[in-house]
Design a protein around this ligand. Structure first.
Ligand code: GLC
Length: 533
């Protein structure tokens, strides 16, 4: 199928670059823009259509850059604005589009607006841009309500006022260094519309919207019951915000795209944001957390496709990102392999061979489904979660805010292995900001490049063959309960065996791709194939 230029985003393969850990160009141990520029060849050869960069703005890095100090510049550790322009241009020359992360729910407490708000004091217009409230209790020393921070503890922190006394509290759904904006403020709305134009004018092709469901809060700030996110997630007024963003996106020749990060319990709620004048797409996290069974995958894929068809939006499949345990590890956990963001099952035994085998099959599944696919850097190398990082090196605020009960997300953010037989594996010349395991020697891009059986080769081949699949819907095929199989026109069949008994393959013209060798012409356990005919 040839994808019309304007519709590229309906079936694109988009690669997530976690900048700090992709490639280090200047030897300080932290990934940067020059590192990415030097590795664009890897991405072009891999065959992705676009890159999504996690936040690259100036930031104290309290939350890996999701604490933005200035939305119109580049973090000096990463490079400069001019260099970002070069990177965008070089990616475009290779036919690769560029998406960036926009973080509109909160900023860094070092952002000028938050500093101004602290200085201006209670009741000031500067404080209206955030959620400042007096505390409860006789001395105001209890938080204004019971909302929890998603990183642990309360979502409120008390400030010290100019006179040195304890004063108001401010809301932060994430870390205490990440004050939430008040989206009822016109200043905030205008500011972000302008930020979007700033980057679109510089050639960025779209944005991934961080915490896209969370911007609007019920202004009454009511207490909630545990697990009830109703007053601060998926409020109706969000639709107006994204309609105004869509107008801006559509005003550019060829259009720009808006992708939402929405961890909502119900897929139909997500799809309501994908109507034709709202967001273009949103990640299917139900797919990411799906337990390893044919039945559950079929159910989730069916539900996702149906809810997206109703609004005319493509589904966006994803197996991993910078917030979750890498899927080689997830799929290699013993017992039920379901996963939730809240329960990482850290420390449960992992069978890496099994996890890798399943990850290969899952890659073929993801690449065969209709819609958009997101890849997280390193999954094309088959990297696993690093679970034994020394505590003193952990940087994720989740680790400290839960007093270590949750190890946090550093284990999926370890710098990539590019080449050589020992750390830093060509990541750069300096010591990587998180240590790489010696056991990654076999997983470097260089070690896998010419190996026909490597994960990298599987991804390259899958991405090369995939565009021919087109956008047409799929038809399920019924074999046995442990078999997930579907057909897509013209003449494409996908089969994944989740069971233990090898499956004789149905008649076909050509075996296009297999995630593992067949056994006497049969499809073994945890193996997927692409067939023509
Ligand atoms: C999103 C990001 C995550 C970040 C959080 C707060 O979930 O993906 O990395 O910590 O938002 O910005």
């Amino acid at each position: 199928m040839t994808v019309s230029e304007a519709d590229w985003w309906r079936s694109a393969a988009i690669y997530q670059v976690y900048l700090r850990s992709f490639a280090d160009g200047n030897g300080d141990g932290v990934g940067d823009l020059s590192g990415v520029r030097s590795r664009l060849g890897h991405l072009a050869h891999l065959g992705v259509d676009a890159l999504w960069f996690t936040p690259w703005y100036p930031s104290p890095m309290d939350d890996g850059g999701y604490d933005v100090a200035d939305y119109r510049d580049i973090e000096p550790v990463f490079g400069t604005l001019a260099e970002a322009g070069h990177l965008i241009a070089e990616a475009h020359e290779r036919g690769i589009r560029v998406l960036i992360d926009v973080v509109p729910n909160h900023c860094s407490d070092t952002h000028r607006w938050f500093r101004d708000a602290l200085a201006a004091g209670p009741g000031s217009p500067e404080r209206q841009r955030f959620w400042f409230r007096p505390g409860r209790g006789p001395d105001g020393d209890e938080p204004p309500n019971n909302w929890p921070s998603r990183f642990g503890g309360s979502a409120w922190t008390r400030v010290t006022e100019a006179d040195g006394r304890p004063g108001e509290w401010y809301l932060h759904l994430y870390g205490a260094h990440q004050p939430d904006f008040n989206w009822d403020s016109t200043d905030v709305r205008t500011e972000f519309e302008d930020v979007l134009r700033f980057w679109f004018d510089r050639g960025v092709d779209g944005v991934r919207i961080d915490v896209a469901d969370g911007l609007v809060k019920d202004p009454a700030l009511p207490d909630t019951a545990p697990g009830d996110e109703t007053p601060y997630s998926d409020q109706e007024a969000l639709h107006d915000i994204y309609r105004s963003w869509r107008k801006i996106a559509d005003s550019y020749p060829g259009g720009k795209i808006l992708v939402g990060e929405m961890w909502l319990p119900d897929m139909t709620r997500v799809a309501r944001h994908l109507r034709s004048d709202e967001l273009h797409s949103a990640f299917t996290f139900d797919f990411l957390v799906c337990p390893w069974t044919a039945g559950r995958f079929r159910e989730i894929v069916t539900r996702t496709l149906r809810s997206h068809e109703e609004v005319g939006a493509p589904a966006a499949w994803v197996l991993s990102n910078h917030d979750v345990t890498r899927h080689v590890t997830r799929y290699g956990r013993s017992g039920e392999t379901g996963f939730s963001f809240a329960d990482r099952r850290h420390g449960t035994p992992v069978d890496r061979l099994l996890g890798t085998r399943r990850a290969r099959a899952a890659a073929l599944l993801t690449l065969a489904l209709p819609g958009v696919v997101y890849l997280y850097q390193g999954e094309e190398l088959g990297l696993w979660e690093i679970e034994d990082l020394p505590d003193e090196l952990r940087q994720d605020p989740v680790f400290t805010r839960t007093a270590g009960a949750d190890p946090g997300r550093d284990g999926c953010r370890v710098p990539l292995p590019w080449s050589g037989s020992a750390p830093p594996f060509g990541f750069g010349t300096g010591t990587p900001w998180l240590p790489q395991p010696a056991s990654w020697a076999d997983l470097s891009a260089e070690a896998q490049a010419d190996d026909p059986d490597s994960m990298l080769t599987l991804y390259r081949t899958g991405l090369r063959l995939r565009p021919g699949l087109g956008a047409a819907a799929l038809t399920w095929l019924d074999f046995a309960p442990d078999i997930l199989a579907f057909r897509r026109e013209p003449e494409f069949t996908f089969i994944l065996n989740f069971g233990a008994v090898p499956l004789p393959l149905p008649a076909h013209e050509e075996l296009l791709l297999a995630s593992a060798p067949l056994a006497d012409g049969r499809l073994p356990s945890d193996t997927a194939v692409w067939l023509r005919g």
